[in-house]
Write a protein that binds this ligand. Structure first.
Ligand code: ADP
Ligand code: MG
Length: 276
């Protein structure tokens, strides 16, 4: 097949991921601007390589309006690199947006927060309500992307997390796990309700511009989370929004709402736009 350079022109480096560089590229065939994740697999074990392959296969299957679209992968055996080509999200990631809001002492309008929630739920629905359920496992502001029109595109599906603790890469990018759910602290399995917890933390952070639970280290963070106390989102936001966030931050995973239950809330439903 054609090489990466034959198919794509590198425009610039937009970031550094846990696996390698993230590039902005132009597809030569139609001049479309795309993003390329460069993964160096020279140091990976066979098992890790296999995980990357299977993960990319999941992503190829997952076509959804609110999920970052994966387009192609190009293998360069000589350089031991795999190039993963995907949709370019003009407005970058949510982490950057939240930072900007905090810096400008600004905030997201409540209607926008409801719209974000509806779009996130649509993406989750596509992942949770299928035979081979796909869990994100790493919902956080910097993994949620925004297109030109500020529509949500969930990115980094499992890619990083599936590599697991045994991967050398798992250690290069460990930030404070602010969105860690109470069941994970109790060493229970990650399940779809853990994604809901993380979603609750995310919506909370969009409103408060800081996570619901904060601490200087993982141990005290775990204690805070397990205690389940957090301040209300800022008063400019309605009791209705506060109640939804609070329900997603229910300590008991069984009592926490599912994607379908959240989607059936009238206020959410009014923002849900389904593909025709
Ligand atoms: P990691 O491997 O650490 O999760 P990411 O790929 O999520 O790294 O992000 C690295 C940088 O590239 C971030 O600044 C992120 O905003 C940017 N980025 C990643 N994917 C896209 C995309 N599809 N569109 C725009 N920017 C992106
Ligand atoms: Mg990421």
């Amino acid at each position: 097949g054609a090489s990466f350079a034959e198919l794509y022109a590198e425009l610039c480096v937009i970031g550094r991921g846990s696996f390698g560089e993230v590039l902005k590229v132009r597809r030569r065939s139609d001049s479309r601007t795309l993003v390329c994740k460069v993964l160096s697999y020279g140091q990976m074990s066979e098992k890790e390589k296999q995980l990357v392959v299977s993960e990319v296969n999941i992503l190829r299957e997952l076509k959804h309006r609110h999920v970052v679209q994966y387009f192609d992968r190009v293998l360069d055996k000589r350089a031991a690199k795999i190039y993963i080509i995907m949709e370019y999200c003009e407005n970058g990631d949510m982490g950057r947006q939240i930072k900007r809001m905090r810096r400008d002492r600004s905030h997201f309008e409540e209607t926008r927060v409801w719209k974000f929630l509806a779009q996130l739920l649509l993406a989750f629905e596509a992942c949770h309500n299928r035979k081979d359920i796909i869990l994100h496992r790493d919902i956080k502001p910097c993994n949620i992307f925004l297109d030109r029109d500020m529509n949500i595109k969930v990115g980094d599906f499992g890619l990083a997390k599936e590599l697991g603790a045994e991967s050398q890469f798992a250690y290069t990018n460990v930030g404070t796990p602010y969105y860690m759910s109470p069941e994970l602290i109790n060493e229970k399995r990650y399940n779809e309700k853990s994604d809901i917890w993380a979603l609750g933390c995310l919506i909370y952070e969009m409103c408060a511009l800081r996570p619901p639970f904060e601490a200087a280290n993982v141990v005290s963070l775990g204690k805070r989370i397990s205690a389940g106390r957090f301040s209300r989102i800022p008063m400019r936001y309605s009791d209705e929004l506060q109640a939804v966030v609070q329900s997603m931050l229910t300590l008991s995973p069984t009592r926490r709402p599912s994607v379908s239950q959240l989607m059936s809330l009238p206020r959410v439903g009014s923002y849900v736009v389904r593909a025709r």
